[in-house]
Each structure stands twice: as C-alpha cells, then as structure tokens.
Design a protein around this ligand. Structure first.
Ligand code: NA7
Length: 541
C-alpha cells in the first residue's frame, strides 16, 4: 500500500506523511512488529530514537552487558531460515553479538527501508474525527496512521538520581544505558560506580581489572548467582539447529518461557539434606535455573524462600575474603527473587582485589556530587569517572515520557499516574487503535514479545477483515484486568522489596506491580480466548 504526503488538518503547517501503522521503537519487539504488519500488506513506518536497530542492545554498550537467557531461547523463533543461519557464539550472548544479530535480522528481512533512525517521538495525538494517530518527532516532523504501536521496551527510560551538584562534576559521567560507542578507557583512572543491580554486577568485574581504582557505592546488596557462561561448541550449535521446534515448544510451556521449570514439591516438606543437595545441583547449573528450577513455592512462601536465601548468603560469604565486606554484600532485607536476580561472573571476587572498595551508602549516604567526585556523610571521594548504574523508570516510563493524547484529549500520563492501566497489557480504554507491544509478563523477553506482537497483528488483521476501523477496551474490562493484575502481584513475594518490578526504585512513583505476575502460558491462553470470542472486553467499531 502506498503512502502519501498530506497536510494535517489538525496541526497546520508542514507535510505529514500518511501510513496505515506507525511503530515506535526498533528493538526486539518493534522489529518483529514492523515485519508482521508489513506482511499484512500495511504501509508501516517505524521511528527509532537510536542511530541503529536493537533497542536495549543498541543503547546498553557497557562492558559486560549480556542477556541472562540461554541464547538458543532468546533468538526469534519465527523464521526457520534465520534459526538455521545464525550461530550463537556464547551460551549467554553479549551485547556486541546481540546488536549484530538484530542488525542481521533487519538486513535479512529488509526492515531498514521502513525505519527512520535518530527520530524520537515527542507526542502522539488521536484525531477522533479522522480516526488517525498523529505523531510528532522532536525534530517537528509529523506523520499519521490509523494504528499506533508502542514497542518502546520495558527498560528503556533511563533513571539518574537527581543528586545535588550532579552537573558540577568535572570528570566524565556515564549512565550504563547510554554508553558511548567508542571504547571508554579506564586505564589508571579513579572510577566510581553507583548502583549494584544486574547492570553493575555485569560491569564491575570487568572494569575492576582495567581501572586504577574502583569505588562501588551500594545501597542494597543483591542475591547474585553465577551465570556460568561459556562458548557454544559446534555440537551444541548443531543440536540446537536440529531441535529448535522442541526448544520453542518447551519455552512456550514453562512459567517464565525459559527451558527451566519449577520443582513441584513444597520446599519445607523435602528433608533438609535433600533440599541442600538440590540447591547445590541448581547452583552448579548455568543461568536462572537456581531461581526458575527451584521449588515451586520459592516466590510465594516466605519461609521456603528464606531457606534458599540463607543458602545463597553463605555462598556469597564463602567468596569474599574480608568478612566485613562480605557481610555488606549479603542481602538481608528482602526475599530471594523479590528483586531481579543478577547473574554474574567473578562479581564477588572483584571485592577481593586491592583496587576495589565497597561503600555502603545506607551507612554513609551520598550527600552530593562535587566537582571532584562524590561526597558522602563520611567523606569526599575523588574520581576521574562516575558511572551511574542506577537503572530505569521501568515499564511505564518510556510510555509516559511521550505526550500521548487519546479521546477528548485525555492524557495517557495522567491516566497511568497510579500505575499501568491496560486490558491484557496491550491496550488502554479511551486510546483506540493504540497498542502497547512490550512484554510485560515475567518472561524470557523475546519469547513473550513474539506472542504480544502476534496477538496485535492478528487483532489488526481481524479488524480489517471484518471492516472494523477501531478497537479499544471497555473501561469495565480494563478495570477488571487492573484489579486482577494487582491481585496477582500480592500472591508473590515481589511486593516485599523496593525494585523496578514495583516502580519503587523511582522516588515519587506510585508503588504498583508493573509486570503481569501470572505464568506465560496462562497469559497467552487468556489473550487467545479473548480473541477467539470476538475480542471480548473490547469495543469494535
Ligand atoms: P536496577 O536493578 O534498578 O539497579 C539500580 C541500582 O542503582 C540499584 O543498586 C539501586 O539501589 C541503585 N540506585 C538507584 N537509585 C539510587 C540512588 N538514588 N542512590 C544510590 N543508588 C541508587 O537497574 P539495572 O540497570 O542494574 O538493571 C535493570 C534491569 O536491566 C535488570 O533487572 C535486567 O532485567 C536488565 P537499590 O537497589 O534501589 O537500593
């Protein structure tokens, strides 16, 4: 279908390109969404803030960045050719390779011609009379389409704490999620890292070997577990290529879309020795097996969780030579898994190095950033480089940072002020034809992102086949879904910690479960049922 240039009746000046659908974001979800909508015969334009494809894998270039999913489960499953052509180098693939992979996909499926890079969407306004969304980029360029799909990711709106004096620092400041393309040279430098989440845990052991001196400012220690990465042998590569259908089938059946599944026994009903033997076995395995292959009640029963948490604490203590430092690194104020478990390689050993210092900022809080470095309640530390590994305004942030206006000009940001308000995670009442293509389930990202994109694509196809022109959830269906999602959150121990899962990592952000805490198969089934029943809970016009 051809696109055309017209003048916008609403906005006045400047040509406005017309499309059937606009996709915001060219990351894992956006690339696939573009591919699928194009397959439907739609004229699609994808706008991407970055200078290349990849989303998370474009922006997060810090040393050590990688995914914690098994590589054979993270790649797209929708093209047999792609599966056979691509060789994963590591069992848990690193950022450079992941970015290469997504570039390969973009070229392989000729996606680039429909992507406009360096294009940050500033606003999206629904024109009710015309049933068109009009987006405006920061450059002032505008475009209109019937369907708007936000594939903006759940961890893309970076968060930098508003430390007093932050701009006064005379050295170099980095945020891990906006890492420069050129290699940062830390040789001989005095470097600070603020934060000890999954990102910092990947970064610290690598730069510790390069820097002159590294100071880590930790607010909350995490339960970090060994990743146990390795190179992929040609035997493993061939085995994957021969069994991808089985691998994907398995991922579609397990609760979090990994190869791992929980042990069905109740933790405390298993004799202690047997429990410990399982913990040791899990600990020796790569990836998230220690979390997602553990007893099924690990995330719902506090006592069961504590049993494993203590096992992990002792593993940490055993790796850190100085017992005072070790104790600082041991988490005690939240259950295992209530914050995202960072997977690590030689993280704890970094603290055994003479050039690495751990500062517990619960004991001595950061008061301000100074021209020379960081001033805590105790003293001023001087640095050449400060690295903010302080995370993201997760799930809602990337959406609410765009000024999205629905029917009657209502503001999306206002609507979501107290947390996500969706039906099925994919649409919100009063914003017709606006789809949210992010994976907001607790789930191996690509696996669930594919399901979301497939559902949205099928929905748009259905509308077109049945001659409907718009779709939005009923307020009642949305209210019921929000209540259901919030309730699910309370069944687990996730609400027992401050984390991006709960939005509580951002001061002032309303505490609410941001991810859908059901199993991936249950979520997929519910979405499929809604579609089969003629999009029950939606208004189709
Ligand atoms: P996280 O997991 O949100 O970690 C951010 C870290 O920054 C964490 O240690 C925070 O401490 C710390 N932080 C945040 N604000 C401050 C302030 N004001 N002062 C000191 N320290 C602070 O982000 P990541 O980038 O590591 O990982 C995000 C996800 O990306 C990860 O889960 C993976 O899925 C990929 P806190 O724990 O809040 O006390």
């Amino acid at each position: 279908m051809a696109t055309s240039l017209e003048r916008s009746p609403a906005a006045g000046t400047g040509p406005v390109e017309q499309f059937d659908a606009i996709v915001i974001g060219a990351g894992v979800s956006g690339l696939y969404q573009l591919y699928r909508l194009r397959q439907l015969g739609l004229a699609v334009r994808c706008y991407e803030d970055g200078g290349g494809v990849g989303g998370t894998w474009y922006w997060n270039r810090y040393p050590g960045c990688r995914f914690d999913s098994e590589s054979e489960t993270y790649g797209y499953s929708w093209s047999e050719e792609l599966l056979q052509e691509w060789d994963w180098k590591e069992h848990f693939s690193g950022q450079p390779e992941n970015e290469k992979y997504l570039n390969y996909v973009a070229d392989r499926f000729d996606l680039r011609k429909d992507i406009q890079f360096n294009s940050r969407v500033k606003s999206a306004v629904y024109d009710e009379r015309a049933n068109r969304w009009e987006i405006e980029l920061e450059s002032g360029q505008r475009a209109r389409a019937q369907f708007l799909v936000a594939a903006v990711g759940i961890l893309s709106a970076r968060y930098t704490p508003p430390f007093e004096g932050i701009d006064s620092f005379k050295g170099i400041s980095y945020h891990t999620s906006r890492w420069p393309k050129e290699k940062a040279d830390f040789t001989g430098k005095r470097v600070a890292v603020i934060g000890t989440g999954a990102t910092a845990v990947q970064l610290i052991p690598i730069i510790a070997k390069e820097v002159g001196h590294l100071t880590v400012f930790q607010r909350t220690p995490n339960y970090c577990a060994p990743l146990r990465n390795g190179l992929v042998s040609s035997e493993a590569q061939n085995r994957w290529k021969a069994t991808y259908p089985e691998i994907h089938k398995r991922c579609r059946e397990t609760p979090a879309a990994f190869m791992h599944d929980f042990d069905p026994r109740n933790t405390l009903e298993v004799p202690k020795e047997e429990r410990l033997a399982l913990y040791e076995e899990l600990w020796a395995q790569p990836g998230f097996k220690k979390w997602l292959g553990n007893f099924h009640d690990i995330m719902t029963n506090r006592e069961a969780n504590e049993d494993f948490a203590e096992f992990v604490r002792n593993k940490i203590r055993a790796r850190v030579k100085d017992p005072v430092v070790a104790e600082k690194l041991v988490p005690k104020d939240h259950p295992f898994g209530s914050k995202r478990i960072p997977l690590e390689t030689e993280y704890y050993e970094a603290y055994n190095r003479d050039n690495v210092l751990l500062v517990d900022i619960k004991e001595t809080p950061i008061e301000r950033i100074t021209p020379k470095g960081i001033k805590t309640s105790d003293k001023e530390y001087e640095f050449d480089v400060i690295i903010y590994a302080t995370g993201f305004d997760a799930v809602t942030g990337a959406l609410t940072r765009i000024d999205i206006r629905g029917e009657d000009g209502q503001s999306f940001k206002d609507k979501w002020a107290n947390g996500p308000r969706t039906y099925l995670g994919m649409q919100t009442a009063g914003f017709p034809n606006f789809f949210i293509a992010i994976n907001s389930a607790f789930c191996n990202y690509t696996v669930c992102a594919e399901s979301v994109v497939d559902w949205i694509t099928d929905c748009i196809r259905y509308l077109r086949e049945k001659n409907f022109t718009r779709i939005a959830p009923t307020p009642e269906a949305e209210e019921a879904w929000v209540e259901h999602a919030n309730q699910l959150g309370t069944y687990t121990l996730l609400s027992d910690a401050n984390s991006w899962f709960m939005g509580s990592n951002i001061p002032g952000k309303k505490r609410a479960i941001l991810l859908y805490a059901n199993t991936a198969p249950a979520y997929r089934q519910k979405c499929a049922e809604v579609a089969t029943q003629g999009y029950e809970g939606f208004i189709l016009q």
